[in-house]
Ligand binder design. Structure first.
Ligand SMILES: [Cu+2]
Length: 492
């Protein structure tokens, strides 16, 4: 068995791709190990409150710094903090949410999905599968006690390309996982925007939906292109990255500072050096970064580009804190049930183009020009499938049979087999996977609710089916989801 240190090296050797090599990714200096190799159990901390939140989903004509002055028709859950709204609760708190749907009729029926939260099925916010949509001018209610600490987010689950495109998302932070306080806590919502001279461009195109998705035209973090974020100079600051984009899969790195991954999709892992980490839509990544000296800067970058793209600048601010050699504090141990791999039921899951077997791009055919697809909660196109079964091919509300019927309490080992030429971030509701192995090499052992599956890869993930109900399983490149790459499983 590999020790953590040994594993880091083994993983690093696999993970350092050509894109990141020699570009100054933060690496642990040779010969030094960090002290945290185990995660301490979570102490019972605070909580027990009821936190009432009202989300008023409404359009507004406005602009964000990334738009360079262009006005656009944005949507937001919170007029006071349009992008991104952040809800913070303590572990043990119960969140009681009222959603008022003020998106104009004809554009949006709505549900709110709490991405990554293991909650009761009837609070999961999937239209038709778990609840009736909240109609325009209507009101809906959610109430749940998050069982896990960490960084999460929420979004609609119908017409999601448009609603994410217009900015209708929020961040949910569940506190209570720190073993010693960091010197700052910063939420970074990664989302690009499809902005043209007169406002938003079409959010979805056939040409994009049939391939890697339709990308934003401006890169941004928290609605700002290359924000300069003041961080406590010399301190160990926590960055909560959430990829809330519908399409982009950045390869995240930090240049100019030491950095550690401390959690993936909310779940803590023993700190490992950040070399680079590919973050699909829906995924979260918690980092601890040793902040630069006063006046100095470090950079958050996306290496997945011919030239690394600078996403944000971390600027050392205030009096220099003296924290000694970088030795990032770990988070507490996740309470997610460990899958029983020896007793697991094996299930291959084919990720493919439509049941016809034709390549999605071929079906798109003449759509090269990129005409807009219907923005309704009723897909007009089918490019993708899971196990040769597309949904929604006849509208969201026409439920297909489940992809699988799982026995409550059993462990399932899914082998996700990507038969397409595109990467797919596959997301499960109501449960959290343990990432077990990959046909492409070593994996960093971690829990995740959204996993990237590369072309030709066979990725094994395991989970205990302990949450009864009907649970979505879909690609989080939203155009793929809305053109067939979604399904659901039952747990009973
Ligand atoms: Cu996909």
């Amino acid at each position: 068995m590999l020790t953590r240190r040994g594993f880091s090296q083994a993983f690093g050797a696999v993970a350092i791709g050509a894109a990141a090599g020699g570009l100054g990714a933060a690496l642990m200096p040779a010969g030094r190990a960090w002290s945290a190799t185990q995660l301490p159990p979570r102490a019972v901390a605070g909580g027990g409150r009821e936190v009432a939140v009202t989300l008023q989903a409404a359009p507004f004509r406005g602009t964000l710094p990334a738009f360079s002055g262009t006005a656009a028709d944005l949507w937001s859950f919170d007029a006071a903090q349009p992008f991104p709204p952040v809800i913070r609760v303590r572990i043990g708190d119960t969140l009681a949410v009222t959603v008022r749907n003020r998106i104009p009729a004809g554009q949006e029926e709505m549900t709110v999905h709490w991405h990554g939260i293991r909650l009761p099925n009837d609070q999961d916010g999937v239209p038709y599968l778990t609840q009736a949509p909240i109609p325009p001018d209507g009101e809906g209610h959610y109430r749940f006690t998050p069982p896990d600490t960490g960084t999460y987010w929420f979004h609609t689950h119908c017409n999601t390309v448009e609603s994410i495109g217009r900015g209708l998302i929020g961040i949910l932070v569940v506190e209570g996982d720190e073993t010693r306080p960091y010197d700052g806590d910063h939420v970074l919502a990664l989302k690009d925007w499809r902005i043209g001279p007169d406002g938003f461009l079409p959010f979805m195109t056939d040409a994009g939906a049939a391939r890697g998705g339709t990308f934003g035209t401006v890169r941004a973090v928290n609605g700002v292109t290359r924000p300069v974020i003041p961080v406590a100079a010399g301190g160990d600051v926590r960055l909560r990255l959430a990829n809330v984009d519908a399409t982009r899969v950045p390869d995240i790195g930090i240049v100019g500072a030491e950095a550690a991954i401390i959690a993936i999709d909310g779940a803590g892992i023993p700190p490992v050096p950040l070399t680079h980490w590919r973050m699909g839509p829906g995924m979260r990544l918690d980092l601890v970064v040793r902040a630069p000296k006063p006046g100095a800067q470090a950079r958050l970058v996306d290496y997945f580009a011919p030239e690394p793209v600078e996403l944000a600048v971390l600027a050392g601010h205030g009096e220099m804190l003296e924290r000694g050699p970088f030795d990032p504090a770990p988070l507490t141990k996740p309470v997610i049930p460990e899958p029983d791999l020896a007793g697991a039921v094996f299930m291959p899951v084919a990720i493919s183009a439509t049941a016809s077997g034709r390549a999605a791009a071929e079906i798109a055919g003449a759509a090269e020009a990129g005409g807009p697809v219907s923005p309704l909660c009723l897909s007009q196109r089918t490019f993708w499938a899971i196990d040769r079964q597309p949904w929604p091919n006849r509208g969201h509300q026409v439920l297909p049979p489940p992809l699988a019927q799982l026995d409550r309490g059993r462990t399932y080992l899914f082998e996700l087999r990507n038969g397409t030429p595109h990467v797919h971030p596959m997301h499960i509701h109501g449960h959290t996977f343990r990432v077990v192995s990959s046909s492409t090499g070593a994996v960093l052992p971690h829990f995740a609710d959204t996993v990237l599956v590369a072309p030709k890869e066979r990725l094994q993930v395991a989970f205990v089916a302990d949450n009864p109900g009907k649970w979505m399983f879909h690609c989080h490149i939203i155009e793929h989801q809305e053109t067939g790459m979604m399904g659901y499983m039952t747990v009973a």
